[in-house]
Design a protein around this ligand. Sequence first.
Ligand code: PMP
Length: 304
Amino acid sequence: DDMDVDTIWMDGEFVDWQDAQIHVLTHGLHYGTGVFEGVRCYDTENGPAIFRWEEHLERFYNSTKPYDMEIPFEPDELTEATLELLERQELESCYIRPVAFYGYDTLGVSPGDCPTQVAIAAWPWGTYLGEDALENGIEVMVSSWRKHASSQIPTNAKTTGLYVNSMLAGEEARRNGYREAIVLNKEGNVAEGPGENIFLVRDGEIFTPGLSESILDGITRNTVITLAEERGYEVHDDVSISRGELHTADELFFTGSAAEVTPIRQVDNVEVGERGPVTEELQQAFFDLVERRTEDHDEWFTYV
Ligand code: PMP
């Protein structure tokens, strides 16, 4: 148990950690019928600030749409709950996990009258891919598992059940001595990591798989595209990237709310290289942004 949590917001109430319980016949447990978010709050020079909360909240509600799931709270109520949750636990830098799922009523695959339950938890969480990852980069393995095609399950919805695929890919990589996986889509092109989007740098230009490549529309992806364009880079964000292009890239990096901006130094047996200058510049811009060492994009921050 690595979670230092004492209060959780659940279905409209703040409850103690040990009281945040659900029934074993919960629909979402059996069929993966839930949606979730992963958000970071940074300890900035102006106090704790949640990064791009509004966009995460919007994606949270959008994720429910294919499943006909109705979150029984208004977005403002979830914002209030989250801010209070952070205040009550005096959290400064932390990770925030909202989740909504079909609860207990029936175990037919059709959720019928299952209620939609909602919870929000927050806890301190360090770098996702290891302390040294941000500086030294990581070794990744192209997984033998393919990503769900968006014609099979909506990949732009952050659905709990989707992460069985992420777990398989990530664990396969770690069993083979790598830190993380890269997952190809059904067409065999590069999609993303198990919980990260991927970027490639070649001849000073930046490439990332397009939204039609069965990827999550990552909020960090969008942030990094914006930061790169503001710094004059040509960003190609609607392309297909083949597996072989990973090996010939000048630089590669992952983005994600958990992974932040993490350089990739090796793909399978191919050494791509130490963190390159473009990755370093964007990583620096990202951390300057989220820790508020700049006044840019203050609209992206919800101060606690
Ligand atoms: N792809 C997948 C499959 C993910 O789980 C995540 C993490 N939410 C991302 C990409 C990155 O998205 P974001 O930057 O919004 O965290």
